[in-house]
Structure formats: structure tokens, C-alpha cells
Design a protein around this ligand. Structure first.
Ligand SMILES: Cc1cc2nc3c(=O)[nH]c(=O)nc-3n(C[C@H](O)[C@H](O)[C@H](O)COP(=O)(O)OP(=O)(O)OC[C@H]3O[C@@H](n4cnc5c(N)ncnc54)[C@H](O)[C@@H]3O)c2cc1C
Length: 386
């Protein structure tokens, strides 16, 4: 046997929201878990500052959010992240219910605490999966960049981009027009009192829209938003970037800031930090035994083999339009069949969970929020334990 090989019941590749909950659920069910993460932090794309709400936990509408749609591992993680029962802390914005949390650092710290407390989880961080070896229809080995080898009985790809599925030869579709990516920077010392009656939340897109109309900025910068933090005058300017602007994200941010700095509300403001790199919303989906469709989502279709239920609207970040929402009927949810987690052409003991599950681009735009990704991780773990 290879002296650098580690055997386990379940290998989870990727420690974003899906992978964290998958690892916790599998370990709590008694499995020996190896959690493989390419970076040195846990939490995936949700830890870089732009996230302050867990979406996709509740149905829409109603005077109260009702119980979360998802299983115990997702609920427990969300309770610990938010510091209380999700249904009591949820806030309503328009038709949707959101669970507030204290931001990326809090998410990473919560994930690190929860994973460290599970004796059944061996975390291998800063060591990406770079190779997958098959033996017939089984995934026999996952090779890591360091040379370590993991030999799992079952594996779950939670890399957000189907990276392990690709390595294992499964079918992966790349969207022709990926959703707009996210970028942004945190600002301090903005003066809300100088933003006029509507406040900074409306002043930021208004100021940038004016500059776009005057031909001084690219149109996508008018979709920028202001997300305040708890500290007065502090918050994030969030930008949405089409593919062609991603490589120039910092320059785009500088342009937007140059415009905002001319407004009295930002005259004395300063930038605290930038998101380290643009955050992709969409990098590919596995082609599964079933491809979830837009009609399935909007028609609240259920399936006999549904493993997760979701009611988050189709939230598309489209060039030329910004964010466009389309909703399920209030109070309803659609099912996500286990077949969406089973990649065609992949080994029989490999599932995909999280943002890259099998769905048409429109349907995927409803599934890829944190609450649903966690629930998909939990469902994949439950299947491995069965
Ligand atoms: C700009 C932006 C804003 C958003 N805002 C919100 C929001 O406010 N609320 C919300 O609920 N959702 C939001 N979302 C969506 C949500 O953040 C993601 O869809 C969700 O977090 C995806 O989780 P995941 O675990 O599937 O993937 P990821 O978070 O992408 O995690 C994947 C992990 O796998 C690791 N990895 C990748 N390749 C390998 C490899 N080969 N080997 C090992 N590890 C690997 C990565 O380092 C990463 O840690 C937003 C998304 C974007 C882009």
C-alpha cells in the first residue's frame, strides 16, 4: 500500500458551505471523513466580505418565515453561525426571508470551530485535489497536489466548479454566458446624512447610473449596491462584472470609487479593503442523470427521489439588466432529485453537491445560494451513509 495513502469512508473535496455541512453530516453519522480544501481557509467564496445573509433557507412570503426547509446539519450550522434559531432571526426583504450573519470572518471562524470539534473529520487544507484514479466504475483514489493520496469508499465533489467530477471523467457543462461575477470593496467613514433622504442604498446606484448615462462608466457598474455593516458609515460597495471585465476588476472598482468620492456622502470616506479576487457565480455544472429545469423550479415540481426542497427565486445576474428575480408561488417549494447529484460518466461512488449540481443555467440560478448548497451537501452525506 502507498505509505502516503489515507483511507476513509467519505472524502469531501472543497470546504465551502456545501463541503462543510457535507463533512459535518457524514461525520456525525459515524463516517470517517477526509475533507480536502485547496485554500488555507474554510467557507469557500462566502468568506470574502460580500456575504451577510444566508439565502435559500425558507419559503417566500408569509408573516413569518416558518421552519427552515432543510435538514438538521444545515439548521445546526446556521444556528451556530447566526447565534440563534434561524426562524427567529430571519428578516424579510421583499418576498424572501434571509438569515443575517456577521460576515465572512464569522463564517470562516464558525466553520473552523465546527470542523475542529468533529473527531471523525481529518481536514487537509491548502492541498487541492489534482488527480482522480478510477477502478472500473469506482473512484479509487484522489491525488492531492502535495502527493498525498486519499482512498475513499464514497466521495462528494463540493468544489463549486465540479473540479473532482472533471478529474474523474464525468460530464460537465460550462455555461455559454455565465452569470455576472461579484467584486467589491469595504468603505469606512461614509456620511449617510449627506446622502439625502433615500440614504446610501439608493444613492450609490443612482450616482453610478448618472455616470453611466454620461458615458463615464461601463453600464454594468450601475448595478452596484451598498450593503451597510453594523458600524455607522461603514459598508461594502458591491460590483457585478461581466466576463470581459473580470480581469480588470480592480480598475473597475477604482473607476466607481472615483465617481462616488465626488459626492458629499463619500468625500471623507476611505477604502478599508478589497475582495481578494473576483468571485465567480457560475463556473460549470455537472450533467447529471437529471438536469433540473426552469419549469421545474418555477412550477414548484416535486420528485419521488427529491433530497432537498428549495424556494429561492431564480436570481439571474445578466449583462445589460443586472439582477432579475423570478419567483415560485409563495409558500411553495420545488424538489431537487438525487439524480441531479449523480454526474453522468462519473464513477458510481461520486456525487456532486453545492453550486455545481446538474441544472439548466436558469434553474442553477435558484440553487446556488448558501442555504441550498449546505442542504445539498447534507443530502449527499446522507446518501453516502445509507
Ligand atoms: C458575488 C456573490 C455574492 C453572493 N452572495 C450571496 C449571499 O449573500 N447569500 C447567499 O446565500 N449566497 C450568495 N452567493 C452564492 C453563494 O456564495 C455560493 O453559491 C455558495 O457559497 C457556493 O458554495 P459551494 O460550497 O458550492 O462552493 P464554494 O463556496 O465555491 O466552495 C468551493 C470550495 O472548494 C475549494 N476547491 C476548489 N477546487 C478544489 C480542488 N480541486 N480541491 C480541493 N478544494 C477545491 C475552494 O477553495 C472552495 O473553498 C453569492 C455568490 C457570489 C458570487
Amino acid at each position: 500500500m502507498n505509505p502516503r495513502a489515507e483511507r476513509c469512508d467519505v472524502a469531501v473535496a472543497g470546504a465551502g458551505t456545501a463541503g462543510i455541512v457535507a463533512a459535518l453530516a457524514a461525520a456525525r453519522g459515524g463516517a470517517r471523513v477526509v475533507l480536502i480544501e485547496s485554500s488555507d481557509r474554510l467557507g469557500g467564496i462566502a468568506i470574502h466580505g460580500l456575504h451577510r445573509f444566508v439565502c435559500g433557507l425558507f419559503r417566500t412570503g408569509g408573516a413569518h418565515p416558518g421552519a427552515p426547509l432543510h435538514g438538521p446539519a444545515t439548521r445546526t450550522f446556521c444556528r451556530r453561525l447566526a447565534g440563534g434559531e434561524p426562524e427567529q432571526l430571519a428578516v424579510r426583504r421583499g418576498r424572501v426571508w434571509l438569515l443575517p450573519f456577521a460576515g465572512g470572518e464569522a463564517l470562516a471562524a464558525c466553520a473552523e470551530r465546527e470542523i475542529a470539534a468533529e473527531k471523525n473529520i481529518r481536514l487537509i487544507a491548502h492541498d487541492p485535489a489534482v488527480r482522480a484514479e478510477r477502478a472500473g466504475d469506482r473512484l479509487a483514489e484522489i491525488g492531492l497536489a502535495s502527493g498525498l493520496v486519499v482512498q475513499p469508499a464514497q466521495a462528494i465533489d463540493c468544489t463549486g466548479s465540479a473540479a473532482l467530477c472533471r478529474l474523474a471523467g464525468a460530464q460537465v457543462d460550462c455555461p455559454a454566458q455565465p452569470a455576472l461575477a461579484g467584486y467589491g470593496f469595504e468603505v469606512a467613514d461614509a456620511d449617510e446624512s449627506k446622502a439625502g433622504a433615500p440614504g446610501l442604498a439608493l444613492a450609490v446606484p443612482y450616482l453610478l447610473r448618472q455616470a453611466v448615462d454620461a458615458g463615464r462608466l461601463s453600464v454594468h457598474l450601475s448595478y452596484s449596491t451598498w450593503e451597510p455593516s453594523e458600524v455607522p458609515g461603514q459598508g461594502w460597495i458591491k460590483l457585478a462584472l461581466p466576463v470581459h471585465a473580470v480581469a480588470r476588476a480592480r480598475e473597475q472598482a477604482d473607476f466607481a470609487w472615483g465617481i462616488l468620492k465626488m459626492a458629499p456622502a463619500f468625500a471623507r470616506a476611505r477604502i478599508l479593503r478589497h475582495v481578494p479576487a473576483p468571485l465567480a457565480r457560475e463556473t460549470g455544472h455537472v450533467r447529471g442523470e437529471y438536469v433540473l429545469t426552469e419549469d421545474d423550479v418555477l412550477g414548484a415540481r416535486d420528485f419521488p427521489d427529491a433530497v432537498v426542497h428549495n424556494a429561492w427565486p431564480i436570481e439571474r445576474w445578466v449583462e445589460g439588466q443586472g439582477v432579475v428575480y423570478r419567483y415560485l408561488p409563495d409558500g411553495q417549494a420545488h424538489g431537487i432529485p438525487l439524480r441531479c447529484l449523480r454526474p453522468l460518466g462519473g464513477p458510481a461512488n461520486l456525487l456532486c453537491a453545492g453550486a455545481a449540481v446538474s441544472a439548466e443555467p436558469a434553474a442553477a440560478a435558484s440553487l446556488r445560494v448558501m442555504g441550498v448548497c449546505m442542504a445539498l451537501g447534507e443530502a449527499a452525506a446522507a446518501h453516502c451513509l445509507a
